[in-house]
Design a protein around this ligand. Sequence first.
Ligand SMILES: C[S@@+](CC[C@H](N)C(=O)[O-])C[C@H]1O[C@@H](n2cnc3c(N)ncnc32)[C@H](O)[C@@H]1O
Length: 269
Amino acid sequence: MPDTPSSLSPAGDRHFDGLADKFADSLYGAARGELRLALLDRLLPEMLDLDGQPVLDVGGGLGQLAAWFAARGHPVTLAEPSGEMLERARARLAGQPVSLLQAPLQALPECAPGPWRLIACHAVLEWLADPRSALATLAGLLAPGGQLSLMVFNRDALRMSNVVKGNLEKALADRLEGTGKRRRLTPISPLTHGQVEAWAAESGLAISAVAGIRVFHDYLRQPPSSAADRARLLALERRYCRVDPHWRLGRYLLYTLEASPTHPQEPLP
Ligand SMILES: C[S@@+](CC[C@H](N)C(=O)[O-])C[C@H]1O[C@@H](n2cnc3c(N)ncnc32)[C@H](O)[C@@H]1O
């Protein structure tokens, strides 16, 4: 199929209109999506204080994470700017306690101000032109002591996988990010751990937990070919996803960021 023209939003973000099929097939239709969900299923209860509180799922896409929270008794508000993604989420989530809101992250202070005790924003910041101010916006939606489950595409892992695949010139030139202009799923703003640390601190958020999602899978020369090997790989991913240095090269970095009990803080003079 030919590439569709750019659909960057006026803010320069890559809304997923025109990408829903490709995203559904290449991530959630494949082993890597299954692995991501299996890891989250273990990690989210370990990394978050879950007590059935309402959740705002920002850039909720096809609704897998919203379904996970809803199945555990959380009322969920799924915000998503792409009408195409939202329609698929609506079909998946029929009958579940999930409200759908067609809105970009930048509109949430007006559309869903909360304050929220729990916000999830998974695999979204890397599709935005200005992920730093997006993180500040999310911080502003949190209640005092609230938690943000943030997952971002890891720029260092992108370099590593390019080198492993033999894309040496691209890696040496550090031309790692996508343009968002075609039907490609290479993010326009892959992030480093250092950026998340710095931007969280300036937004008054503390990192209380971190993990790598797919610390081994994306570097394999051969995908596991039997169910027994797939189970061994999952066991390895689970064992090492929070262990230094392995988490640092996870394809995604998963954080719990916490607002202080006196949040929001006064801006520094
Ligand atoms: C890679 S998908 C992730 C979807 C889902 N969170 C998940 O983990 O499966 C990125 C999503 O971010 C959405 N997105 C892009 N720009 C956005 C923005 N400014 N605000 C909120 N979501 C945005 C896209 O439309 C897309 O659905």
